[in-house]
Design a protein around this ligand. Structure first.
Ligand code: ZN
Length: 211
């Protein structure tokens, strides 16, 4: 913050003895004596730094955005996270706290569903180790999108809607992901799927696969 006299050199240099200016000067001094800097939480644009300083002992990973909190709460209330924890426990998966309010259940061994990773509420259940999942941020983000889909589908209705979308995709493209709204929204490549709806240039202009 720049000082008041420097910002107004003409007042400070020439008419400083005028009674009106003296009165103004007194007011400025009084104002300055009452001035206090804003707390960091108010002066920081996002307020995030304020949270960080107030939440001493909390790491950044433990602080959730409002959206992540809503998702966490929604999937808790709609019961899907509890279902995920129950399935993880029954399957003997190792449960640990993941980032952004997620729960990671690793070492899943049941044959169904036939997937490397899947979600139930905020629980990401995977066959690989936790470190392998967290070191693959694209896959984790993909699974996290499914967690959000549970929340906005109000929990269990996500499952029949997902299977309908997968069936539709199977009919249209021959695989359950390429035309599946939920998988496309989560990101096909990140989920390990090939987008066969994207036409591929073929040699001699014969045309690619198009659905
Ligand atoms: Zn997926």
């Amino acid at each position: 913050m720049r000082g008041f006299p420097a910002a107004h050199p003409s007042l400070a240099g020439h008419v400083v003895d005028s009674p009106k200016v003296k009165a103004l000067d007194d007011q400025v001094r009084a104002h300055r004596s009452n001035w206090r800097p804003l707390s960091s939480s108010l002066s920081e644009g996002s307020g995030y730094h304020g949270l960080m300083t107030q939440g001493q002992g909390l790491s950044a990973a433990q602080l959730l955005t409002p959206g992540q909190r809503v998702r966490q709460l929604a999937n808790l209330v709609n019961g899907t996270t509890l279902l995920g924890l129950a399935v993880a426990a029954a399957a003997g998966a190792a449960v640990s706290k993941g980032p952004r309010g997620l729960v990671i259940a690793s070492g899943y061994r049941w044959r169904i569903p036939y997937a490397g990773a899947f979600t139930l509420g905020n629980v990401v259940i995977c066959r690989i180790r936790t470190e392998e999942l967290t070191s693959n941020p694209a896959l984790l983000r993909h699974e996290e999108k499914h967690c959000s889909q549970y929340a906005y589908c109000l929990g269990l209705p996500f499952l029949p809607l997902y299977f309908l979308a997968a069936g539709w995709s199977q009919l249209r493209t021959g695989n359950p992901a390429s035309a599946n709204f939920f998988e496309r929204q989560a990101g096909l490549a990140a989920g390990g799927y090939v987008d066969i709806r994207t036409p591929k240039p073929a040699p001699h202009g014969a045309g690619g696969i198009e659905v």
